[in-house]
Design a binder for this molecule. Structure first.
Ligand code: NAP
Length: 269
């Protein structure tokens, strides 16, 4: 009897790093579910993934608007009804960047990069395979050193997701943050909060039955977000994203639980 299909689920899989991750996995024979906000874009991406896939790898498309609770719930129920307990890799990749310090930009970054990422994982987690690996695509721009102390302290000291949500939602127009980090202050806050959430969820097993929550930085990559000036290809970024998955395959999920890596090397939070 053929072994049951084990799937990877990749959010924001219709372009950029998410698409590169899907192609890399399917090229190695893993079946992939990619999420998209736009069905036509998702189907077009799925064709690209199928063209890159090794024989036997299947490709499916589901919809997700990461910042919308109803959409996250629909994704979770689609996973439950069609792929229950057969997704052993979840790559929470969908993200946006604003290079601003406005209440609107801050709220959007927090809603997608932090809340959207965490709540998508929490919604889908009960339907994952035992011991699944959940990889959150973060960034070195979310390292605590990229935050001014008024943001770094409450985020890094949050003891649970409730405290963290409050810290990540607090926009202070008079914060030194935009002077401290002129490139992408609200993006950095949202990714720092995501990193802290990964630490908390890794410690308390919030994503069980998944066996690992890991944060990764893909490096600066040539995508719409990274621009053509970036020093890495999307494929190199995808390899960095998937490093914990390959390590977990050899050493078990616990080996990567709670890690923050780039190219598989541990980096500072
Ligand atoms: N590129 C880099 O240099 C770099 C470096 C460090 C970290 N990262 C991280 O890597 C991840 C992927 O980035 P990328 O470079 O591939 O960016 P990208 O080319 O801009 O692609 C972003 C992807 O996320 C999706 N997305 C955005 N907002 C969403 C939402 N609210 N709900 C659902 N999907 C949403 C997009 O869907 P649509 O097509 O519908 O917009 C798209 O599929 C992000 O988390 C980013 O922060 C990137």
């Amino acid at each position: 009897m053929a072994a049951a299909t084990r799937w990877a689920l990749v959010t924001g899989g219709n372009r950029g790093l998410g698409l590169a991750v899907c192609k890399e996995l399917a090229g190695r024979g893993k079946s992939v579910i990619l999420t998209t906000r736009d069905t036509a874009a998702g189907q077009k991406a799925a064709e690209e993934v199928r063209a890159a896939a090794k024989e036997g790898a299947k490709v499916e498309v589901l919809e997700l608007e990461a910042a919308d609770a109803a959409s996250r719930a629909r994704l979770a129920s689609a996973v439950a009804s069609r792929f229950d307990r057969s997704v052993d890799l979840l790559v929470v990749n969908a993200g946006i960047i604003h290079k601003t310090w406005t209440p609107e930009g801050f709220a959007q970054s927090a809603a997608v990069n932090f809340g959207g990422a965490v709540d998508t994982a929490l919604a889908v987690a009960p339907h994952l395979a035992e011991g699944a690996v959940v990889i959150f695509v973060s960034s070195t721009l979310g390292q605590l050193s990229k935050l001014s102390p008024d943001y770094a302290e409450p985020i890094s000291s949050a003891k649970n997701l409730g405290e963290l949500r409050a810290a990540a939602a607090r926009f202070d127009p008079s914060s030194p943050m935009p002077a401290h980090n002129t490139y992408s202050p609200d993006y950095s806050v949202s990714k720092a909060a995501l990193n802290r959430a990964v630490q908390l969820m890794a410690a308390d097993g919030a994503l069980r039955p998944a066996g690992a929550a890991a944060a990764v930085c893909p490096g600066w990559c040539r995508t719409d977000m990274g621009t053509s000036a970036a020093d890495r290809s999307a494929e190199e970024g995808a390899a960095s994203i998937l490093a914990p998955w390959y390590r977990a395959a050899k050493e078990g999920a616990a080996a990567v639980n709670g890690s923050f890596t780039r190219d598989g090397e541990v980096i500072e939070w």
